[in-house]
Write a protein that binds this ligand. Structure first.
Ligand code: 9D3
Length: 251
């Protein structure tokens, strides 16, 4: 899979890709990320990427021509990208489900906006989809682009060392994770739960399920609507809801 990222801050992207799991995936060629400096696609002496808004108002708007030229260059190199994602506060929310969809593609282009906005013809005539990472105001699309690359990269076979940890991941199964501990068994009066120290693997598995379900019920009950629960988990959840006096369907 290859990502092409069009940005006016290429170093911001490159710095974030220099370390960690994604960096290792890039080194092992499990994933490619080509960062394209939007200024390379300008044709004036000052390498102008923005201009004043038609109709007036504050701030500057990213010009369409360099962005269209950048995507033309990407298409010329490797064929038309399967998705041209415009990251924007107006987009559909990026979720694990969206990440899984993008992970099934082999060439994805991401366009990062900056300033007050981006000429709307980019959305209308170039982007195939528009994605937001959440309801908060960022200064630009670079961090959202990195969020997308990181999330999608983890779904590519071999990128995460332990495939079981990807399958187990919170959100892929639709539950929050159980609590983790390592040695020492006691630290400043804080103890590791006895069951984990006991070595009873059956008991440990059940405790973890219970903890994950309880945490999800307390903090993110919305996730339980779509969670994929096995029979044992369904039984534990019923117990927990009973204990907590949560109303449910079969009362
Ligand atoms: C002053 C401009 N804003 C009015 C509130 C509009 C605006 C334009 C561009 C606000 C933020 C940005 C930059 N943000 C993104 O490009 C962005 C973003 C975000 O801010 N939050 C969540 N997801 C995303 S994806 C791209």
């Amino acid at each position: 899979m290859q990502f092409d990222i069009v940005t006016i801050f290429p170093r911001m992207i490159e710095a974030a890709l220099a370390d960690g799991i994604v960096a290792r995936a890039l080194q092992r060629d499990l994933l490619r990320v080509k960062v394209r400096d939007l200024r390379e696609f300008t044709d004036d002496r000052h390498r102008t990427v923005d201009d004043v808004p038609y109709g007036g108002g504050p701030g500057m708007v990213l010009k369409p021509e360099p962005i269209f030229r950048a995507v033309d260059a990407i298409a010329k190199e490797g064929g038309a990208p399967q998705a041209v994602v415009l990251v924007s506060p107006h987009g559909r929310r990026f979720t694990q489900t969206e990440a899984a969809r993008l992970a099934g593609l082999s060439r994805v282009t991401i366009l990062c906006g900056r300033y007050e906005g981006i000429d709307d013809r980019v959305r209308e005539g170039l982007a195939t989809e528009e994605v937001s990472i959440g309801d908060y105001v960022l200064s630009g699309g670079e961090l959202p682009a990195l969020v997308i690359v990181d999330t999608v990269a983890r779904l590519i076979p071999g990128v995460v060392g332990d495939e079981d940890s990807v399958a187990d991941d919170s959100f892929s199964r639709g539950l929050l994770d159980f609590p983790h501990f390592t040695r020492p068994a006691e630290f400043r009066d804080l103890k590791v739960p006895d069951v984990l120290v006991s070595g009873h693997h059956g008991e440990i598995r059940k405790w973890r399920k219970r903890q994950a379900l309880e945490l999800t019920l307390d903090r993110r009950p919305d996730l339980l609507v779509d969670a994929e629960l096995d029979v044992e988990e369904q039984e534990i959840l019923r117990e927990l809801m009973e204990q907590k006096g949560v109303a449910h369907g079969r009362d």
